[in-house]
Design a protein around this ligand. Structure first.
Ligand SMILES: [Zn+2]
Ligand SMILES: [Zn+2]
Length: 124
């Protein structure tokens, strides 16, 4: 489950709201250059998502209804799944690329030194 929280940049003291983690309906990626986040809905990559789950052999269907047992194809690795997500997310307006493990950055100065404040909203 994803959440939003107050964040304060330790480099320039800029305050902003950040979000983190995907939800039941999407994966959250971040631009490696500017830190902008972007959600990729599972529905747009559904077969790859099922193929990835098939590789994990999860015991239960996911809360969003995904069940790899219904997927007839070959499983894919986490690396392949990440490539699918990153391709689907495309390029950021700043010219950077979105990635699943890019760090949170300050939108003002792009510093990675972020202090986390209170969690405001949980979303799914
Ligand atoms: Zn960017
Ligand atoms: Zn900053």
């Amino acid at each position: 489950m994803g959440h939003m929280f107050d964040a304060v940049c330790q480099s320039c003291q800029h305050r902003f709201t950040a979000n983190e983690g995907g939800g039941f309906h999407f994966e959250l990626l971040r631009c490696g250059t500017c830190g902008t986040s972007k959600g990729v809905p599972y529905r747009t990559i559904w077969n790859s998502y099922l193929a990835y789950l098939k590789g994990l052999k999860t015991r239960m269907p996911e809360p969003n209804g995904a069940d790899w047992r219904q997927y007839p194809g070959e499983p894919i690795s986490k690396e392949e799944y990440r490539r699918v997500l990153e391709t689907e997310a495309g390029a950021c307006a700043c010219g950077g690329t979105f990635s699943v493990d890019a760090p949170l950055r300050c939108p003002a100065c792009r510093s990675e030194k972020i202090e986390r404040g209170e969690t405001k909203i949980l979303f799914d």
